[in-house]
Design a protein around this ligand. Structure first.
Ligand code: PLP
Length: 389
């Protein structure tokens, strides 16, 4: 256990309007699906929320100047990215940001491109906004999942206007290299595509390579990129709904704001309060959380490496492991594991049947129990095959 912070003591989340645990209420299934963690937020965030509640008045609000200044300072401190405060557009969530981008940058009859596997709303937002969805598969190489530029090329046509990008990548856990980002920007520039870069997991980097915001790759990148960010994943405050877009280009920002106007609400007071405290004071807690997540990642990685018929690539960032179970030959992969007490998110939802996404943002005790059940679930497939044969 980290001396200052306790991630080991399980907090009972049942009965707290928590979608992760509610899904399996009353069933002996460990929930390892939706991307939040089972950890309490940093003490400074809890104290700031208490203080705000004690004030007792919760009227209309907007992003406090202190938070705007803190985000500007945070981006500079963390990524060396100097932004103008006027580039910020506040949002209640990143999924709204994805949809607003689809409405703003692709017209009716035009298309939005993304790479699969991908966080499910990347697949549903374009269609929900009545834009055509185009997908280009990523390819698995020895170093992990990466772009297949021929597939990227084949997936677009003259109707393509926007690329929805995830960096770091959910579910593949990649922290993209500078070379990959540079090539991506070149490819998007060549086709005059706007880039929507969802960087919600940017502070959850587990390995050496730092996260690099897409917009910082080159001035041309900044001119065509809408970056979506939030403290929500990092500090486990997703339920407080406070996120933002960084849009350096005036024309893109105007179009984005026009598409959001009168539909997308502002974040709420508690979201602003938590975000400010998290960015201002959350550093030491985050460092401890990252250490804890690294150990969780290593436990899952070792168990998967040790289990025949399944595999995964390294999780460089996020607390999500992407498990390839195709060799098991199951028709309903996630359901098989549910039957063995494990609530993974089905690969099918990400555009990749036969895979599972494993959220290890939980206590190590929970992860160890999940690993034991995982082994038994895989053994059951092998035993089933032997008896059938
Ligand atoms: C890549 C990515 N984008 C967006 C979200 C959700 O964002 P929000 O809750 O702010 O809409 C998630 C949550 O899992 C995510 O992984």
């Amino acid at each position: 256990m980290n001396a200052a912070y306790d991630f080991d003591t399980a907090i009972d989340r049942t009965g707290t309007a928590c979608i992760k645990w509610d899904r399996y209420a009353g069933r002996e299934i460990i929930p390892l699906w939706v991307a939040d963690t089972d950890f309490a937020s940093p003490p400074e965030v809890l104290a700031a929320l208490h203080e705000r509640v004690d004030h007792g008045v919760f009227g209309y609000t907007r992003a406090p100047r202190a938070l705007v200044d803190e985000v500007v300072a945070h981006l500079d401190r963390t990524f060396g990215w100097t932004i103008d405060p006027g580039w910020l557009v506040w949002l209640p969530g990143l999924v709204s940001g994805l949809s607003v981008c689809c409405r703003a940058f692709a017209g009716p009859g035009e298309a939005v491109l993304t790479s699969t596997p991908i966080y499910p709303p990347f697949l549903s937002c374009p269609t929900a906004m009545e834009r055509e969805l185009q997908t280009a598969p990523l390819v698995r190489e020895s170093g992990g999942w990466t772009f297949d530029w021929d597939a990227f090329d084949a997936a677009c046509d003259e109707r393509t206007r926007l690329f929805l990008f995830c960096s770091p990548h959910n579910p593949c856990g990649r922290t993209w290299t500078e070379a990959e980002l540079t090539r991506l920007v070149e490819e998007c520039e060549r086709r005059d595509l706007v880039i929507c870069s969802d960087e919600i997991h940017n502070q959850l980097v587990l390995d050496q390579r730092p996260h690099r915001p897409t917009a910082t790759i080159a001035p041309e990148a900044a001119a065509r990129t809408v970056t979506l960010m939030a403290p929500s994943k990092t500090y486990n405050i997703a339920g407080l709904a406070c996120s933002y877009a960084v849009i350096p280009d005036d024309s893109l920002r105007r179009r984005f704001k026009a598409a959001a106007a009168m539909i997308v609400p502002h974040p709420n007071l508690m979201g602003y309060t938590a975000a400010l405290a998290a960015y201002r004071h959350g550093g030491p807690w985050l460092a401890a959380q990252l250490d804890y997540l690294r150990t969780g990642r290593d436990l899952v990685e070792a168990a998967v490496a040790d289990t025949p018929g399944v595999s995964m690539t390294r999780v460089e960032a996020t607390y999500l492991a992407w498990i390839d179970c195709r060799e098991l030959g199951l028709e309903h992969t996630a359901r098989h594991f549910e039957d063995h007490g494990l609530g993974f998110q089905a690969g099918r939802e990400f555009g990749s049947p036969g895979f599972l996404r494993w959220n290890f943002g939980t206590t190590h005790a929970n992860t160890r129990e999940a690993i034991a059940r995982f082994r038994r679930a895989v053994e059951a497939v092998v035993a089933g095959r032997a008896s059938a044969g």
